[in-house]
Design a protein around this ligand. Structure first.
Ligand code: GLC
Length: 509
């Protein structure tokens, strides 16, 4: 099954075929220049493998590489140089210069570092005052930090002489780049033909600030306030939605959902007004980065055709977590931020009923203290059946994906979600609620699909499907066939990257 087959929305952007190298010309120095390459710049606040707090980073890292495989595109990514950018990469960054960036009355140092890998050029924007702090977000001056970043991006284009055809901005932290393009920079010849694309990874986070700081902090004249004002506040996501030529979000179902008040977080009228520009394109994952056949974190490696070692992974996981080693007891796992929209209230409500069955339950994650406390207490009360690990640990998460049988993801809303794809690839059959990207990537077993799904946000509906999954688990041959199907589902970028490429080209016609 391919991801396209799973899509229920027809996109009207044609995916492009891989374009052959065209228009190669030889300069006097005999260098090959590809005149037809379209220049794409991704503007984002994080990207794997350099710095990551979640799905956004993974998508920037893997989508940029996927698009760069097509010779028709010159793909570059620009990010802030946080203190936590991984040292093993940082030592190979090349300093390419510095400039001063004006942000209203401020005049700030802006260093630029460059790094190239797998056909993608990365730029890192350096300013220690703004970025030499632990983590990426959560500071009182995040608005100013990302305004500096976006203004820096716009100035760096001139400094390095790279004017992209497409400025692809992701989430509110990059929204100001699109807004600056259509305000401060709109009359500069080199910027005039740049097309802006804005991708909503999660509409919950919009970048809202008091209107008073529009000029003084963001350096935008009040003349442009209508672009960014919403509900008597500055709303950076709204500004970018108005300014860009195309809006994408990370699954076709989420694209439909955010037009509605239940999912739009107040922005649904703006989404509806701009719906002609909106496309939902399902995210992919990097199948090499998530490969149970080679993953060094696993106790043993396996693949869809040779799944025997998954049993070794399960046994070692049970030993490691102090669970009784029982090969025939299904392990249900959750790896999640412990926040309400991940559906944890449903789990809280019925987990004890589910635990009456012969199952083991593993939860890995951090988040709201109510959930942390509930699941810690649950593990104490159900020793030998439930393990709760309050942490964010990539190595352990891979061990859990490989050892688990069922992966539970009952989100109330989920723009795309990557964990259900990773779990499937590792042979942990996903059990999801039908929302956003969960609906577009997991189809129900009963209809010949690759996992289990339930529709209403209702704890007993979820419990019913958990029992159905346990029932199928007991039927060895059926279960093995389902695991194989899950593992073989194509969650790579091969299809989705083509939709982005098609979108970019359609904007440049
Ligand atoms: C956000 C969304 C998640 C999505 C990710 C990457 O984290 O919440 O659903 O998979 O972005 O687009």
């Amino acid at each position: 099954m391919t991801t396209t087959e799973l899509w229920n929305n027809d996109l009207d952007i044609p995916p492009v075929e891989v374009v052959e190298r065209e228009a190669e010309t030889f300069t006097e120095q005999n260098e090959i220049t590809v005149a037809a390459k379209k220049k794409i710049l991704f503007v984002a606040s994080e990207a794997a493998p350099f710095i990551s707090t979640g799905g956004l980073a993974e998508v920037i890292g893997s989508l940029s590489k996927a698009v760069a495989k097509n010779d028709a595109f010159d793909v570059r990514v620009i990010l802030p140089l946080y203190q936590d950018v991984r040292k093993e990469f940082r030592k190979d960054f090349r300093f390419i210069g510095n400039l001063y960036v004006q942000l209203s009355w401020r005049n700030q140092y802006c260093g630029i570092f460059e790094y190239k890998s797998e056909g993608v050029t990365y730029y890192f924007v350096d300013n220690e005052y703004y970025f030499k702090r632990p983590g990426c977000y959560g500071y009182y001056d995040d608005g100013e930090r990302f305004a500096f970043f976006c203004r820096g991006v716009m100035e760096i284009l001139g400094f390095i002489g790279f004017y992209p055809d497409i400025l692809h901005c992701h989430d509110w932290q990059a929204a100001l780049a699109a807004i600056y393009l259509k305000t401060i920079y709109c009359n500069r010849a080199e910027y005039r033909n740049i097309r802006a694309v804005f991708t909503i990874h999660n509409i919950e986070y919009q970048g809202q600030y008091s209107l008073e700081i529009l000029e003084d902090l963001f350096g935008i004249s009040y003349h442009f306030r209508n672009l960014v004002e919403y509900d008597r506040c500055i709303n950076l996501m709204k500004g970018a939605l108005e300014c860009c030529e195309a809006i994408t979000t990370v699954s076709p179902s989420y694209a439909e959902e955010i037009k509605q008040p239940q999912f739009g977080r107040g922005l649904d009228p703006i989404i509806r007004r701009n719906e002609g520009k909106l496309r939902g394109i399902l995210n992919g994952i990097d199948p090499e980065f998530y490969d149970p056949g080679t993953d060094p974190s696993l106790f043993a490696n396996y693949d869809a055709d040779h799944p025997q070692n998954k049993a070794v992974c399960k046994e070692e996981l049970q030993k490691m977590l102090g669970l009784p080693v029982k090969p025939d007891t299904p392990i249900i796992a959750m790896i999640s931020r412990l926040v309400s929209h991940k559906g944890l209230d449903l789990v809280k409500e019925v987990i004890e009923q589910a635990l009456r069955q012969n199952i083991q339950f593993i939860l890995l994650g951090t988040g709201d203290s109510t959930y942390e406390n509930f699941f810690t207490d649950l593990a104490r009360r159900y020793q030998g059946k439930v393990v709760t690990i309050i942490s964010f640990n990539s190595d352990l998460s891979r061990k859990i994906y490989s050892g688990a049988d069922i992966f539970l993801m009952p989100s109330k809303s989920e723009p795309c979600g990557l964990s259900q794809m990773i779990a499937s690839r590792y042979g942990a059959v996903a059990l999801v609620r039908e929302t956003g990207g969960l609906k577009d990537s997991i189809t129900p077993y009963g209809a010949g699909g690759n996992g289990f799904t339930f529709h209403s946000y209702n704890a007993h509906d979820m419990l019913y499907v958990i029992c159905e999954a346990i029932g199928v688990y007991r039927m060895k041959d059926e279960w093995s066939a389902l695991v194989k199907k899950a593992m073989e589902t194509d969650f790579s970028w091969s299809t989705s990257a083509k939709y982005y490429e098609g979108l970019f080209l359609s904007l440049l016609k």
